[in-house]
Design a protein around this ligand. Structure first.
Ligand code: GDP
Ligand code: MG
Length: 603
């Protein structure tokens, strides 16, 4: 197919506005549905992500569209569509912008019953910043509560996309699919680029295959990729020889070249994903492109936590697992860490809490490990009285008060969309979280709130609280905006009069007492009773700020079961046995996983 008949596009939307459903409907219409079911093995590694019902990795698919006969006598032309799916969660915004760099246009979906939401705006701006053609699609118009004209007007008011350019559709019932396909052909430009120029290809995704090594997902911008070609990664400077290449159906199909404009995959015997990071430019070794694709920035972890095997014997196994996992996920980092309480483990860095959960789940499922995770933390900046400035996310590295001259914490710009009637309670919540308002805009009957908030304040339960006080109507998104002054304290936790290093947290002074209280109360609740009462205390610089007691064990708890229902007793014992896997013996006290995450518990 000539380049003029190629269309590279993505579908972007707020979560649940119908991206996947519309993508499936388009694929079904273009006869690719069967292919998705018999997904290639190599793509199956992402099973966990699929199970969770969220898209993490962008999975491209190549489709063929033959225009039906038109009223003006045209029709019958054949087009190649490369549809690049994008992840919706804010942890993976990085992936979205890379995917968009492989496209000339997007379908921007808006649920006609919900209107414009926080991620609609963020995603629309990502597309605008990448100079993409935006086709607004007002989706789910089959719903009784749909207000298509209202939603289109909101898009115009908020983002400036003309309301009359919107296509009304329903991914579910198939309304508007023909119009969408025609709009893709008419409005999205074919990819530019000269197939004879020096090779320049953007790596927009990758994954690790046990047999072929790293598989790169590329968008060829200039030149032509062919098998056997010597290639070079622009930023890492590493060179390789192309082994195989091809396109996606979405399974991997081998082909003999990828010319400018093409979206496809390349295998070149790359064994370490860090040699070929997402965002890097791939070029020809002997004839390099003069300039790489701009803005290469490796993904930076922003949330850190300690991960420890519950069984100390598993340390090596865990290191192996982490190394394998890192081959698959360049955004995740780890380094060895020792804790007095937990022994040998690793300090791990993630793109966000969801990313952290996914990594932990993969370690446990795919590598059969039992882990204890310590409370997630953000990266703080600390200036010492001796003039040194350093960054740390690790409470163990937090200096004593007398050595600190200033502390700073990371901030985000938070955008929240919500119906007017919930503005009061949401503003109150933001105030509790030490937020300060930047602006407040009215969008029809809804409001967009823009705030600056310390990142640590939204890390734990913010999203849940926001959803509950807005009855599910508020949506949010955020971006990191750098550091601001904040008076930080390290809260230590003592169990049975001994400091348990792995339980320490760094918090803002205003929150120290509340958080200390919350942690000790939660711990007193989850630590199993002992033969004697166990004191749990929170301290700052040796001063006790909160205390609670794990009450002594009452001997008659099990006794009650004797002579009674035997299955009930079994159940009780089983329950204890199961719980045991995720406990750590600290002195004479067994501390369960929940205690380490007490700071995350919702009150
Ligand atoms: P995504 O998160 O943007 O990928 O959204 P999904 O495609 O997973 O859809 C989210 C929910 O909306 C699912 O329950 C779908 O069945 C539903 N949905 C998607 N498209 C439509 C539509 O056109 N009409 C209706 N009524 N429901 C839809
Ligand atoms: Mg989806």
């Amino acid at each position: 197919t000539a380049r003029v008949n190629v269309r590279n596009f993505s579908i972007i939307a707020h979560v649940d506005h119908g991206k996947s459903t519309l993508a499936d409907r388009i694929m079904e219409r273009l006869g690719a549905m069967g292919e998705r079911d018999k997904r290639d093995q190599t793509l199956d590694t992402l099973e966990l992500e699929r199970e969770r019902g969220i898209t993490i990795k962008s999975t491209p698919v190549r489709l063929t569209y033959v225009r039906p006969p038109q009223e003006d006598g045209t029709g019958g032309e054949s087009y190649t569509f490369n549809l690049i799916d994008t992840p919706g969660h804010v942890d993976f915004n990085y992936e979205v912008s890379r995917s968009l760099a492989a496209c000339e246009g997007v379908l921007l979906l808006v649920d006609a019953s919900q209107g414009v939401e926080a991620q609609t705006i963020v995603n629309a701006y990502l597309a605008i910043d990448s100079n993409l053609e935006i086709i607004p699609v007002i989706n789910k118009i089959d719903l009784p509560a749909a207000d298509p004209e209202g939603a289109a007007q909101e898009l115009e008011d908020v983002i400036g996309i003309p309301a009359e350019s919107a296509v009304f559709a329903s991914g579910k019932s198939g309304i508007g699919i023909t119009e969408i396909l025609e709009a893709i052909v008419d409005r999205i430009p074919p990819p530019p680029g000269d197939p004879e120029a020096p090779l320049k290809a953007l790596i927009f995704d990758s994954f690790y295959d046990a047999y072929q090594g790293v598989i790169l997902f590329v968008r060829v911008l200039e030149g032509t990729l062919t098998p056997k070609q010597p290639i070079m990664l622009f930023n890492s400077g590493k060179t390789f020889d192309v082994d195989k290449l091809g396109t996606f159906t979405p399974g991997l199909i081998v082909s003999d070249s990828l010319p400018a404009g093409a979206v496809g995959w390349v295998a070149a015997g790359i064994k370490d994903i860090h040699d070929a990071q997402v965002g890097d430019t791939l070029t020809q070794k002997d004839r390099p492109t003069p300039e790489p694709f701009p803005g290469f920035k490796p993904a930076q972890p922003v949330v850190f936590s300690g991960l420890y095997p519950t069984d100390t014997e598993d340390y090596r196994k865990m290191r192996d697992a982490l190394e394998k996992l890192k081959l698959n996920d360049a955004a995740f980092t780890f380094e060895p860490e020792t804790s007095e309480a937990l022994g040998f483990g690793f300090r791990c860095g993630f793109l966000g809490l969801l990313h952290a959960e996914i990594i932990q789940e993969r370690l446990e499922r795919e590598y059969d490990l039992d882990l204890i995770a310590t409370a997630p933390a953000v990266v703080y900046r600390i200036s010492l009285t001796n003039g040194t400035i350093f960054e740390t996310q690790n409470p163990a590295e937090f200096p004593t008060r007398d050595r600190i001259s200033a502390t700073e914490e990371p901030y985000i710009k938070l955008s929240i969309m919500l119906p007017e009637e919930h503005v009061g309670p949401v503003m109150q919540l933001l105030q509790e979280r030490r937020g300060s308002m930047i602006t407040m805009n009215y969008v029809g009957k809804r409001v967009e709130l823009l705030y600056e908030v310390p990142f640590a304040e939204i890390l734990y339960d913010f999203h849940d609280r926001l959803k509950s006080i807005s009855r599910g109507y508020a949506s949010m998104d955020y971006e990191q905006i750098g550091y601001r002054d904040g008076d930080l304290r390290k809260v230590d936790i003592m169990v049975n009069n001994e400091i348990v290093d792995a339980l320490a947290v760094i918090v803002h002074e205003d929150k120290a007492y509340g958080i200390g209280r919350k942690i000790v109360d939660k711990m007193a609740e989850v630590i199993p009773r002992q033969m004697f009462p166990v004191p749990v205390q929170a301290t700052i610089g040796g001063k006790i700020i909160a205390r609670a007691t794990v009450k002594a064990y009452r001997k008659d708890v099990l006794a009650k079961c004797y002579g009674g229902d035997i299955s009930r007793k079994k159940k009780l014992l089983n329950k204890q046995k199961k719980g045991r896997a995720r406990m750590k013996q600290i002195g004479t006290v067994e501390v369960p996983q929940e205690a380490f995450l007490a700071v995350l518990s919702t009150d």
